[in-house]
Design a protein around this ligand. Structure first.
Ligand SMILES: Cc1cc2nc3c(=O)[nH]c(=O)nc-3n(C[C@H](O)[C@H](O)[C@H](O)COP(=O)(O)OP(=O)(O)OC[C@H]3O[C@@H](n4cnc5c(N)ncnc54)[C@H](O)[C@@H]3O)c2cc1C
Length: 509
């Protein structure tokens, strides 16, 4: 069932076997999976069905260095969103940030999990094979088409081999026609479920520990209207996004003064995003013309491709993985008439004559302890300390970005893909925006000194607290993190079904 904290009358406590915080893609996925398998689940969601600016403001942070994009009703970039949401990086609403996202699903590549000797702190403690079955089952259930078959389609393999000779690589992502909104995808199931109880308007403010400080016994939550609810459970899953997962661990400091899972001062560190630049243009060359239909972005749903320097080049020049997207921009009627008057033939794909390609350059950030979120001094309307975000870069980020751009520019031209024009806005870390991909604040590691969660996403030092989020990504080499968030959430759901930490005695009351 779905209820609101305000509808709970005098009730101030609730019990479930599993408590999930957050109803975005990660939370909805793991909560419904466990409920379908007979577990009693309480899902606490800060937001409500409608977007509410007062609730959204609970996400406000203080920026200590580089800022994120800002709410901007007039921006052209997020025109598909209602004006009040344009420019958000995270959404506090039932369904979370899926209410705003664009629906591009991309696998990480096997090499993305490997440590690169020239990138300190790189490498995941799990590998691609550990996620493959979850990527596959998610692709099947969500109807993404077969990404593995797409990777070996003959046009794709032909284009790939032509690019390989120029030191370039390419990979595919699936772009949905209508982006999955979890409130829509899971709403009816949640309403009808007998053992999943969703409580809206309920912001978790504290994780309560037992006397050993190793077990979370309850979650306190509050609403902006002053209601309070304490929810007890056997297992707690933080699916609140990377910032709020770290914030909850840090603000829960009554019993452990440094916060939960923070014995080694790792919570909130290693914060990375994908700084991106999207105002460049590409004039297409002969190879682009030959494969113009492969470069299309529409009609959706479809597989699209993106480009990067190949792995040997990255290794040789000690570079991070930066990705380049080219989107066809079609001629307007006036441009078509002008070209015809000049007697020039059109460059076209099967959607129409292409004027140029818009270039989006998306960068990986080297993971480092200095880029972090921590508790600031300002309080939010619930009296919780706001996050202070120190999003900062290393010299290797700057060097890697500049060198990659230089090599991509050369190799795109040599291969016949096209020539770039960045005009008076060349990509620099100073002018690039965040990509709304917060990662790494509770990174996965094989030992507590190296991170915040173990390979099963359990918070070190606890035996029943888990994180389902890109917060656990040790590195974020590829754009589009959400397919991996989903795969990890599925994997966590399966892990919990087979673990003994969920008792069979407690019931939703
Ligand atoms: C404009 C835009 C476009 C994007 N496009 C893409 C794309 O094409 N491909 C891609 O891979 N990614 C994309 N992303 C990123 C993607 O949306 C996120 O990676 C993904 O939605 C994160 O899902 P999540 O479940 O981890 O977190 P969220 O969806 O952010 O969910 C967190 C939930 O927790 C709730 N919450 C927070 N704090 C609390 C609390 N204390 N108590 C209770 N509840 C709480 C929030 O209200 C929210 O519902 C885009 C993002 C934006 C903003």
């Amino acid at each position: 069932m779905i209820t609101d904290i305000l509808e709970m009358g005098e009730q101030t406590t609730l019990k479930g076997q599993v408590i999930v915080l957050g109803s975005g893609i990660a939370g909805a996925e793991v909560a419904t999976h466990l409920a379908r398998h007979g577990r009693d689940v309480v899902l606490l969601e800060s937001g409500r069905e409608k977007f509410d600016l007062a609730i959204q403001a609970l996400n406000d942070v203080t920026f200590l260095s580089k800022r994120h994009r800002e709410l901007n009703p007039n921006t052209y970039y997020h025109r598909y969103l209602p004006p009040e949401m344009r420019g958000v990086s995270r959404v506090r609403q039932f369904g979370g940030t899926s209410n705003a996202w664009t629906g591009k699903w991309k696998y990480l590549q096997p090499s993305d999990f490997e440590a690169r000797p020239w990138v300190p702190n790189s490498g995941w403690p799990i590998d691609f094979a550990d996620l493959l079955e979850y990527y596959r089952s998610a692709a099947k259930d969500y109807g993404f088409g077969d990404l593995e078959a797409e990777a070996v389609r003959s046009e794709i393999t032909t284009l790939r081999s032509k690019l390989t000779t120029h030191g370039l690589k390419m990979s595919s992502f699936y772009w949905e026609e209508s982006p999955t909104r979890t409130a829509i995808r899971f709403g009816d199931e949640m309403r009808q479920s007998r053992n999943l109880r969703v409580v809206l308007g309920a912001t978790a403010t504290e994780l309560q520990l037992d006397p050993t400080c190793q077990r979370v016994t309850a979650v306190t939550c509050r609403s902006l209207e002053g209601r309070e609810l304490v929810v007890e459970g056997d297992v707690v899953i933080l699916a609140t996004g990377a910032f709020e997962a770290a914030r909850l661990l840090l603000t829960s400091d009554r019993q452990l003064p440094k916060g939960i899972g923070n014995a080694h001062d790792m919570v909130g560190r290693f914060y990375t995003d994908h700084p991106k630049h999207h105002t460049g243009r590409m004039r297409p060359g002969s190879l682009a013309q030959q494969f113009a239909d492969e470069l299309r972005y529409g009609p959706k749903p479809r597989f699209c491709i993106c480009f990067a320097l190949d792995d040997p080049t990255q290794e040789e020049h000690q570079l991070l993985e930066h990705v380049l997207y080219v989107q066809p921009i079609y001629e307007t009627r006036v441009q078509q008439a002008w070209r015809t008057l000049q007697g020039r033939s059109a460059y076209r794909d099967s959607n129409g004559p292409v004027s140029h390609y818009r270039v989006k350059f998306v960068t990986e950030q080297a993971p480092h302890t200095g880029s972090r979120v921590k508790l600031g001094d300002e309080l939010d309307p619930l009296g919780q300390r706001k996050l202070a975000v120190d999003w900062c870069f290393t010299e290797s980020d700057r060097r890697s970005m500049a060198k990659t751009l230089e090599l991509l520019t050369q190799r795109f031209a040599e291969s016949g893909l096209g020539t770039f024009d960045f005009g008076d806005d060349p990509p620099t870390l100073e002018t690039m925006t965040d990509a709304a991909h917060q990662m790494g604040t509770t990174r996965m590691a094989d030992r507590p000194e190296g991170g915040v969660v173990d390979t099963n996403c359990r918070v070190f030092g606890t035996n029943n607290l888990y994180v389902a989020s890109s917060a656990v990504f040790p590195t974020g080499p590829s754009y589009s993190p959400t397919f991996t968030i989903l795969a990890l959430a599925r994997r966590l759901g399966e892990h919990l079904l087979h673990s003994t930490s969920i008792s069979t005695s407690s019931l939703c009351v």
